[in-house]
Design a protein around this ligand. Sequence first.
Ligand SMILES: *[C@@H]1O[C@H](CO)[C@@H](O)[C@H](O)[C@H]1NC(C)=O
Ligand SMILES: *[C@@H]1O[C@H](CO)[C@@H](O)[C@H](O)[C@H]1NC(C)=O
Ligand SMILES: *[C@@H]1O[C@H](CO)[C@@H](O)[C@H](O)[C@H]1NC(C)=O
Length: 502
Amino acid sequence: MKLQSLQTQSQRAAFAGIFLILLPNFFPNLFDPLGRAYPSMFSEWNAPSAKHIRLLEGALHQEISEKQQSDIWSPLAYQGWKPCLDSAGVPFNPEKSQGYIQVFLDGGLNQQRMGICDAVAVAKILNATLVIPHLEVNPVWLDSSSFTDIFDVDHFIEVLHNEISIVKELPNMYSWSTREYYATGIRPTRIKTAPVHASANWYLENVLPMLNSHGIAAIAPFSHRLAFDNLPKEIQLLRCKVNFQALAFVPHIRILGDNLVQRLRSSLSKNKGTKGERGKGKFIVLHLRFDKDMAAHSACDFGGGKAEKLALAKYRQVIWQGRVMKTQFTDDELRQKGRCPLTPEETGLLLRALGFNNNTRLYLASHKVYGGEARIATLRKMFPLMEDKKSLASDKERAQVEKKASLLAAVDYYVSMHADIFISASPGNMHNAMLGYRAYKNMKTIRPNMVLLSQLFLNETMEWPEFQQAVEDGHRNRQGQIRLRKETQSIYTYPIPDCMCF
Ligand SMILES: *[C@@H]1O[C@H](CO)[C@@H](O)[C@H](O)[C@H]1NC(C)=O
Ligand SMILES: *[C@@H]1O[C@H](CO)[C@@H](O)[C@H](O)[C@H]1NC(C)=O
Ligand SMILES: *[C@@H]1O[C@H](CO)[C@@H](O)[C@H](O)[C@H]1NC(C)=O
């Protein structure tokens, strides 16, 4: 499955990277806003009413004990692991650079972030100089923000200056080596065939000779092209150092993020704050990726009836030409396997069952929600103090990030880094990125037990008390307890033990 979605991603990226430049008129659908517009404009979708009415009633009337409340909000106890990235430094000699490494990164912000960390690692393996990575425009997110628009580039170079050399731009003699140059022909300085999860040796055998003969190597595609296993300890530490220390957002994103966090924590918002209320000044971030792209790709039924089903099927045809393997399965089969993202309503029921209540401040980290406000109405009923960047930021504050999907995602990422508790409705890139960061900081992250939850939601006779108990039991050990990285797992999701010391 992992590989399948990887292929889909790189296939799509290949589209974006090459064909969009060469053959724009052959694929008008990719430019046509119709494929990704708001559903309400096409009446493809009937506002789904609450699906789990019985559970919803129970959730809205449940009393939460003091004990349950204080448990859920209390920070994680220290689990014995500490960050120890400073032992990373294996000095390098900038005079002895083997040449320039250039990478072009596909995907959304989180995938590009991993690509940046891997690019630093590859440059280190080769003793090469890294050119600040180029971020491709993603066909879903359509944001052309560059590395320097999103990340603080001087901080990046400074934090890593003892480890590798990094340049913002290629020197003049290599200025021909651009994205356009590689998109319009077969070029001797391009590495096009880096295998998924390539070893350090693969780079030494295949890229070093190119560096030695041309002085430069452009690697594209590069996403997921460096293995997680069998790399020197210092390379692993370096990857984490990039992820957790070197990559900081530009100041205006950090300032906006800090303002939002402060507003979430202040009791001045709509909430008056009852006496002795637990979780006062605290907030939870719910990451909800529920856009049309996700809804279509998951091939699950989200309760919008026949019109929605048809609309999603059409979208799959246009974007992936029917190559969505999951459509072989019925909705129930997918649900039973825990392969359907939780709907906003289901996420709300999960949170209520865990002990959050209508006093809980909940920040919704989300881009477009397929179906708009109607889709989250039931969730809002359970969490009336729900906020998002739109409700918390002023028009002026929003102006700098408006319509820029990567910057908006960066704001959500920043707020999520600071949340007391983080939860994601689907185990995707954002979930994984936060799992990694918050493990590194020993902060609470709830990992929904998708298989358990789908079984509970499929049972139409289940009453709230049983549901509540089953959810609570099933998530006792899914709130940030340390999990060591297993072979092939991502170091960015599981930074222990590679990046932390006991
Ligand atoms: C990179 O530099 C280190 C330390 O100077 C050296 O041990 C290693 O062999 C070099 N590797 C390459 C590929 O140049
Ligand atoms: C929360 O629910 C209680 C009853 O369970 C109600 O009295 C109170 O007004 C609600 N608070 C908000 C902010 O909706
Ligand atoms: C549904 O839940 C009820 C109550 O917990 C339980 O008795 C029943 O066995 C469940 N049904 C299925 C099909 O799991």
